[in-house]
Design a protein. Structure first.
Length: 143
C-alpha cells in the first residue's frame, strides 16, 4: 500500500508559517498596547503622589510648580491616550489578520482530514478485496 499523501501539504505548511507570523505580530501589538497602558497607570500614580505632596501647601512657588507639573502630566496623558487608541486599532487589525490566517489553516487541515478518511476507507476496501480474492482462490482450489 502506498502511504497517504496530501497534495496541498506545501500550501498547508506555508499557511501555518503565515499563521505563526501573524500570531507574532499580534503579540507585538498587544505588548505595545500593554506598555502604553502601563505608562498611563504610572502617570496616574504620579498625579496622585503629586497631589498628596501638594495638599495643604501654602507656598505660592510650590503651588505654581505643582500646577505646571499637573499640566505636564495632562499633556503626557493625552499623548499616551492617542497612542493607545492607535495601538488598539493596530491590535484589532492584527487580530483580524491572525483570525483569517487561522481560518485558512483550519480549512486546509479539515480538507486533509477528510482526504485521509477517504484514503483509509479506500485502503480498507482494497484490503477486503484482497482478502476476498484470497478466500475465493482457496475455495476454488479445494473444489
Amino acid at each position: 500500500m502506498k502511504p497517504f499523501v496530501f497534495e496541498l501539504e506545501d500550501v498547508l505548511s506555508l499557511r501555518k508559517f503565515e499563521q505563526d507570523q501573524a500570531q507574532i505580530e499580534l503579540g507585538k501589538a498587544v505588548s505595545e498596547e500593554t506598555r502604553i497602558q502601563n505608562d498611563l497607570n504610572t502617570l496616574a500614580m504620579q498625579n496622585v503622589a503629586a497631589k498628596k505632596e501638594l495638599k495643604g501647601s501654602t507656598d505660592f512657588f510650590q503651588i505654581t510648580q505643582g500646577q505646571q507639573y499637573f499640566s505636564f502630566l495632562k499633556l503626557q496623558q493625552e499623548s499616551l491616550l492617542e497612542d493607545l487608541a492607535q495601538a488598539k486599532i493596530l491590535t484589532d487589525a492584527k487580530r483580524e489578520i491572525f483570525k483569517k490566517a487561522m481560518q485558512k489553516v483550519q480549512s486546509l487541515e479539515k480538507l486533509k482530514e477528510e482526504q485521509k478518511k477517504i484514503y483509509a476507507k479506500e485502503e480498507d476496501k482494497e484490503n477486503e478485496d484482497i482478502v476476498d480474492e484470497v478466500m475465493s482462490a482457496k475455495i476454488s482450489r479445494k473444489c
